[in-house]
Design a protein around this ligand. Sequence first.
Ligand code: SF4
Length: 407
Amino acid sequence: MTWKGRKAAALAVFTAGAALAASAFIAWYPPPFTFSLLYPPSNPHVLDGRFSALVCNGVQCRLCPYECYLPEGVRGRCRVRLNYAGKIKTLVYGQAAAVHLDPIEKKPVYHMYPGSLIYSLAAPGCNLSCKACQNWEISQLYPEQAAARTPVPVALEIKVSPDRRVTGQLRTEDASQLSPEEVVKYALATRSKAVAYTYSEPVVFYEYMYDTAALARRAGLKNVMVSSGYINPGPLDELLPLMDVVKIDLKGFSEKFYHDYTGARLEPVKRALQELKKKGALFEVVNLVIPGLNDSAADLDALSGWVRENLGENTPLFFSRFTSNYLLSEVPQTPVETLTRARNIALKKGLKFVYVGNVPGHAGENTYCPKCGRVLVRRYGYAVLEDRLTPTGGRCPWDGTRIPGIW
Ligand code: SF4
């Protein structure tokens, strides 16, 4: 090696050593001002996050399969978890980005309290980056970008007029934050049967969801998590005792689709679904069918077959209609025939409860008895027109077949 080469190598080794020493020093003695202007201790949304490990001059978040390595002051892919002074912090505790009172059919959850209201809550952030995201205005945000205040439903008054017409009046108030206690209080005041953690990705506001779900459970409310299922087994197992129904968005059925259109991997989602099955949780699966991207007969066949084999014939499976959106604004709406074809494939595989979503009036909106074939719950869009299951506690009134769910 020439003298010049030796000098360059020595410089490179010195620079790398100095960088390592500096990062070790910062990790050991974090500067007290790091992020403190943005997130002073008085910021109500900053709390210690869970599921992390100290690794080589930083912290590794172990909440979801990305397992982000975070040096001091750095955030994860989800934008809402940060290494702050050597600890994982959640930046969105109590930061409600969207709060609505929804029909439960909108989640969509079909095997719990048909026609009921569900108090639906989201904080900013998501660990996926789906090109077809329907809620990208809240999911793809940094917490600082969310609106300072959001309308929060606080009460629902029901009035019956002399001619017996029933009307409801929803009262809302703008709020900058919403504690778990307030979520439960307002859920009860709006006659909700359950609280849903939804719209964005509840996995990344895990601590907020967990505390709220514990209080909701004590108040007699049910809990529903609507998620893409990108979560590690440990956090999922700890959460499950608090969840009554879990809705998982299985976005496609190839690693290529997951890689190209969500930024995530399929395998961890399959693992989470199998964990739900193993733990005996009630769950439903939804697949957004996007023309030309995940709607091939091979994909639909593989997805349905896997659900049947691994999750069981009683798993409710939805095929939902895609409408041009976000980064896929050029992709047309899913034809109804594609959704009907998808449903037929899944029925042929032996699944008993296969639904079509976002097509009001489609026969695939109804719940049928798998034995006698009669309609048990008749729906139109988010409305329930007829419900034969609630009065019987979930049994077909004609032949007594038990339908899985909470009725
Ligand atoms: S939750 Fe966020 S910070 Fe944690 S591993 Fe997942 S993307 Fe990374």
